[in-house]
Design a protein. Structure first.
Lengths: 226, 281
């Protein structure tokens, strides 16, 4: 075990995974919420645009999205997310484009989870909000969305857990996260393969299991009792 | 009407999937067999790369490359007439040998001490070295001129590790396959692709990149390609070594080198090639 920690920078690989997961989750939550509002809103064109986005992205492999981000957007269209002249531009661009790819992909799932949450809110709630004079934005903000989020915690938790594990796809564009460490270690230390598997599996279980238990618990406590 | 159309769609999808399954089982048949080890019968299972032009390539139903030629020669010398090739991606090589799914591995398999803990090696049958593949008009002449350049390689390859350790001023873009690097180097978005010169030569000789890429020709490491076999099988190792020696002495080795690396204009380093085989253990 110590040999592995001496030979490979395992902590920075684990750290990179957490960094990817944190910022992707944050971004996906924001973009997903916007999409969900678009899909339930009264404007037809937004409905269709939101539905088209979800159906397109949800049915595209994540590896493809992430690779497309770096190869097409960064290298072909020369969109830089880090200064091109900096001495770490490749690493920074890789990490940031990976986060973009993860956000784009998981926003579709966040949107659908939220929409299922919105469906738990009885239509009477929205009608009541309208009847006391709240506009669409106000009734969404003060009446529907707070209840929708509380109802959507469990499906959002599933999306978050999937997202954490999906960060491993970033190795395809060379981000030095946990999956890259695993490949490195398996390549150079095949004699320790079992240890490597256990270590990586343990890390992910440690990350996702408490989160899953916590959020399931939270979803039960926060659920709107009707 | 609508149900019939849906039915037709499902039928078409099933058919497509079934056909797809047929296609993939062509190269999958190899792993299905459970014939004996290398020691008996006249059949042998040999692990090679399927995706490495010039070394081990499975394309349009045919196997080609230097590894394949050496493997065929050794198999013939061992008295095996029925050779089955099995795809051996880098990560799976140790396990394929340990579980007996292959008898020998000829797959750009560098001899290292870590690997020797799980498998035994015959050979080496070739000494390659890490080199650079650059665009034809590039001014890079060797590893010294790399400071501040952008290099491409594959995650967890020995070459990527080596660059990271020896040339800290270099920026490294890693991908999961070499093919993603090629276009970026051709179009100048990255400065060079680095890995074993044998692999680079194979890419430089591909029709799509002919005249656009060149191998720099200054190696800065030594990769000794060995034949992987079951750990501790000294008898088999010695037989393979004898066959390799005979291949070199008879001139067949040189023929295989010329046939596979010649078209790329790749000069084999004659100071280290053909290599002397190690003692078996």
């Amino acid at each position: 075990m110590d040999e592995l920690f001496d030979q490979f920078d395992i902590w920075s690989a684990f750290g990179q995974t957490i960094y990817l997961a944190f910022f992707s989750a944050l971004g996906a939550l924001i973009l997903g919420t916007v999409l969900a509002v678009m899909r339930v809103g009264p404007v037809g064109i937004f409905n269709r645009a939101g539905a088209a986005y979800v159906n397109l992205v949800r049915n595209t492999p994540l590896t493809l999205i992430v690779t497309f981000c770096l190869l097409a957007l960064h290298y072909q269209l020369k969109i830089n997310l880090a200064p091109a002249t900096s001495s770490t531009s490749i690493v920074d661009n890789g990490v940031r484009w990976a986060i973009v790819g993860l956000i784009v992909y998981h926003a579709a799932f966040v949107c659908e989870a939220l929409r299922s949450g919105i469906n738990t809110v009885p239509p009477g709630q929205a009608e009541a909000a309208r009847s006391i004079g709240l506009g669409f934005g106000q009734s969404l903000r003060y009446v529907v969305l707070p209840q929708a989020f509380r109802g959507a915690i469990a499906p959002l938790a599933s999306v978050l857990i999937a997202l954490i594990k999906n960060t491993t796809v970033a190795y395809a564009i060379g981000v030095a996260e946990t999956a890259a460490f695993m490949r490195d270690a398996l390549e150079f230390r095949p004699d320790l393969s079992l240890m490597i598997f256990l270590l990586v599996a343990g890390f992910f279980v440690l990350l996702t299991m408490p989160l899953g238990i916590l959020l399931t618990n939270l979803s039960q406590r926060m659920a709107v009792k009707r | 009407m609508k149900t019939r159309r849906i039915g037709a769609l499902i039928g078409a999808t099933t058919l497509a999937l079934a056909l797809g399954a047929c296609g993939s089982s062509d190269d999958g048949t190899a792993s299905g067999g459970s014939s004996g080890s290398a020691a008996d019968g006249d059949s042998i299972k040999i692990g090679i790369k399927f995706d490495q032009p010039g070394l081990g390539l499975f394309d349009a139903g045919k196997y080609s490359g230097f590894d394949v030629d050496v493997a065929n020669y050794v198999a013939k010398e061992l008295g095996k007439t029925n050779v089955t090739f099995i795809q051996s991606p880098s990560k799976q090589r140790e396990d394929l040998i340990a579980t007996g799914q292959v008898d020998l591995i000829f797959a750009t398999y560098s001899i290292t001490d870590e690997r020797k803990q799980k498998v035994s090696f015959a050979g080496p049958y070739f000494v390659a070295g890490q080199d650079l593949l650059v665009a034809t008009d590039s001014d890079i002449t060797g590893p010294e001129g790399l400071d501040g350049k952008k290099l491409c390689s594959v995650t967890s390859s020995t070459s990527a590790q080596k660059v990271k350790d020896s040339y800290p001023g270099v920026q490294l873009q890693n991908f999961d396959t070499y093919s993603k690097c090629l276009d970026l180097v051709v179009n100048g978005q990255l400065d060079a692709l680095t890995t074993d010169n044998t692999i680079l030569a194979g890419y430089a000789a591909q029709p799509a990149y002919k005249g656009k890429l060149k191998v720099v020709g200054k190696t800065f490491s030594e990769e000794r390609y060995g034949v992987g076999l079951k750990k501790g099988d000294v008898a088999l190792c010695e037989k393979v070594n004898t066959a390799l020696k005979k291949m070199v002495d008879s001139g067949e080795w040189q023929k295989a080198v010329d046939a596979n690396f010649g078209p790329a204009g790749f000069k084999v380093d004659t100071a280290t090639n053909p290599p002397k085989t190690d003692a078996c253990s």
